[in-house]
Design a protein around this ligand. Structure first.
Ligand code: SF4
Ligand code: SF4
Length: 271
């Protein structure tokens, strides 16, 4: 457990007592699991916990009506969750004054921040969050494949997908009220858990996350089939950085990579 959990609890209690927030979204311990905590009273903050097992991305709750009705609220946020908050700001899903950040990382608590302060902290201290070296090696192997080999590789990875959509539910970036994969008039892609439908679902998901995924890992953690979604997420994030010089979730005013166009775009991403 983070040594200064008392600081997180005290900050949360002060925000609630002073009426600055109506809800603190954090984590609590349940057996061996870390689950979301929804704290609305200062005398409840003792349940709040934080350690490296708190991997769920709490920003995903900000799309839920029952949580939004409690704004302004505070969120216990590690760097990847802070990046989600930047993305949601850039996409007009949240605004300054609605969300206060209780900033944490593996080392401890870094204070109570507004969204502008969160952007500053992210860019000053966490500007270069990168996958570990073994993952980078896997990405390099995929990069070296021919398009045919790559297609076969991803098809094999997606084969066990049961289309439960737990990955989508865990992702703060999936906030459409109706997802294209469930539409049947017209039906854009097969809803069956079979090779073609699975491939189409994962390609659509990947394109919708291009330039948006903050590489938090919550989707992969949620997947009951153990599908290596982070391989694809990291792969695309590196591609976006290389082709568009964009790093997702660092700029609350960022234009969407997929939704904007520049005369000097290299357009090497189509190949
Ligand atoms: S796609 Fe996965 S890693 Fe990316 S933001 Fe969503 S939950 Fe996080
Ligand atoms: S959580 Fe896993 S099994 Fe479920 S839809 Fe996502 S990738 Fe498929």
């Amino acid at each position: 457990m983070v040594a200064n959990i008392n600081e997180i609890q005290s900050a949360a209690a002060a925000l609630l007592n002073e009426g600055k927030v109506k809800l603190v979204l954090g984590y609590r311990v349940r057996g061996n699991d870390r689950v979301p905590a929804f704290v609305t009273q200062a005398d409840q903050v003792g349940c709040l916990a934080y350690d490296s097992a708190c991997t769920q991305n709490l920003a995903a709750y900000l799309r839920k009506g029952e949580v939004r009705s409690r704004m302004p609220l505070a969120v216990v946020a590690r760097p990847e969750v802070m990046r989600s908050l930047m993305l949601l700001t850039a996409e007009s899903q949240i605004a300054e004054g609605q969300v206060t950040v209780l900033a944490v990382d593996e080392q401890g608590f870094h204070g109570v921040l507004d969204l502008a302060g969160t952007a500053k902290l992210l860019n000053e201290q966490y500007a270069r969050i990168a996958p570990d070296s073994s993952l980078m090696e896997q990405l390099a192997k995929i990069e070296a494949m021919t398009p045919q080999e790559r297609s076969a590789f991803w098809s094999e990875q997606f084969e066990p997908c049961t289309r439960c959509y737990a990955c989508r539910a865990a992702c703060p970036g999936c906030f459409c009220e109706r997802c294209i994969v469930e539409m049947n008039t017209p039906q854009w892609i097969s809803t069956a858990a079979e090779s073609h439908g699975n491939f189409a679902w994962h390609m659509i998901r990947a394109f919708h996350q291009a330039g948006r995924c903050v590489e938090c890992g919550a989707c992969q953690d949620a997947c009951p089939q153990g599908i290596p979604l982070m391989l694809l997420n990291h792969f695309i994030a590196r591609e976006v950085e290389r082709e568009f010089d964009a790093r997702n979730g660092y700029d609350p005013q960022a234009e969407p990579v997929i939704g904007s166009w520049k005369q000097d775009d290299k357009q090497e991403y189509i190949r």
